[in-house]
Design a protein around this ligand. Structure first.
Ligand SMILES: [Cu+2]
Length: 343
């Protein structure tokens, strides 16, 4: 009878401590706002696991502290404790129970993953390229953006590829995370449900500037999205025509900032991951093989298309990914920009 009282009291304490632990963990605000349809199954599973964590935490801590306090050695008591020789019932329970929980979580997880990856009938397909150290979003209408625009309440299918090493596309508000690999296309489906500004971060350490590999994401209304796509398409067409005929350093500067050049090449002469662009045009560039080359249109174009052809003295080979996706007009704009960077 005396024993029964201890069990009942402990059970009550376990329930109370579990509830308080769960409420406490929730109060910490572990998750940012949920901004995509795919977030709800993930948040549901996360919540289930936090409940389990709270329960098992209480199940271990309560009996431990209860015993430490109530059954501690009394003054003057030097007798030995009770000897217990195993308990088949208990052993079966603590083997079978975790097994059942783990199998159940596995099945729930598989079902959850299927929900998160379920395709919608109509999707907005956008190509995503991750590179050291930025993101590029290529729209099927023929333009490239450094901000990912997405229409609200419409599923976007991101077809993702890396230009160099492993990266990982992660928007905490969307919950889903997906790796990018060179030479392989990975899929990422998302249905944004909340208009607003977000950020994609790289979640796979990918080199010196990994921490700065982030780009803005704008979830906008369908009308705003359509207008933006129309504008960008017209702009890209006009730029392609204008650039070849008349290279513009302003557009070159924009490309420098948005295509990833900035991550490695300074404009003030300081040494970055790559050589500075200050005073590059028209200078004699010292190469790793001991020779030198004139910093002219041909050299710059070759270095953008095939960076390993002539490696700058003092910089390692293979440090720069190739930027062969840049069109002739864009390279002309970049060269026009580099020409303005005189010492
Ligand atoms: Cu990365």
């Amino acid at each position: 009878m005396q024993n029964m009282r201890h069990y009942v009291l402990m059970a009550v304490l376990v329930v109370v401590v579990a509830a308080l632990t769960y409420l406490g963990l929730n109060a910490l605000g572990l998750m940012p706002v949920a901004a995509a349809a795919q977030a709800s199954p993930i948040d549901w599973l996360f919540d289930l696991q936090v409940k389990l964590i709270a329960f098992f935490f209480a199940l271990i801590m309560v009996p431990m502290f209860y015993s430490l306090v109530l059954f501690r050695r009394k003054k003057g008591d030097s007798t030995d404790g009770e000897h217990i020789e195993g308990h088949t019932g208990l052993e079966v329970t603590w083997t079978v129970m975790p097994l059942v929980i783990v199998i159940a979580l596995g099945l729930i997880g598989a079902d959850n993953l299927a929900k998160v990856r379920a395709p919608a009938a109509q999707v907005e397909e956008i190509k995503v390229v991750g590179f050291q150290w930025s993101w590029r979003f290529e729209y099927p209408q023929g333009f490239v953006s450094n901000t990912l625009y997405l229409p609200v309440n419409r599923q976007a299918l991101l077809l993702m590829e890396s230009a160099d090493v492993l990266h990982s596309f992660w928007v905490p508000e969307f919950r889903v995370k997906q790796d990018l690999m060179p030479g392989r296309i990975t899929e990422y489906r998302i249905t944004p449900t909340l208009i607003g500004d977000y950020k994609v971060r790289c979640a796979e350490i990918c080199g010196a500037s990994h921490a700065y590999m982030e780009s803005p994401i704008k979830v906008v209304s369908q009308e705003e999205y359509d207008t933006w796509v129309k504008e960008q398409t017209a702009l890209a067409e006009a730029e392609a025509i204008a650039a070849l005929a008349n290279p513009d350093p302003k557009r070159g500067e924009k490309l420098y900032n948005e295509s990833g050049c900035k991550a490695c090449h300074s404009l003030d002469g300081s040494k970055g991951i790559g050589p500075s662009w200050l005073g590059l045009y028209g200078s004699q560039v010292a190469l790793a093989d001991g020779s030198s080359v004139l910093g002219d249109d041909a050299y710059i174009t070759e270095s953008i298309r095939n960076p390993n052809a002539k490696v700058h003295l003092g910089f390692p080979q293979n440090a720069m990914p190739n930027f062969s996706y840049l069109k002739d007009g864009q390279i002309a704009d970049l060269i026009a920009f580099i020409k303005t960077l005189t010492k």
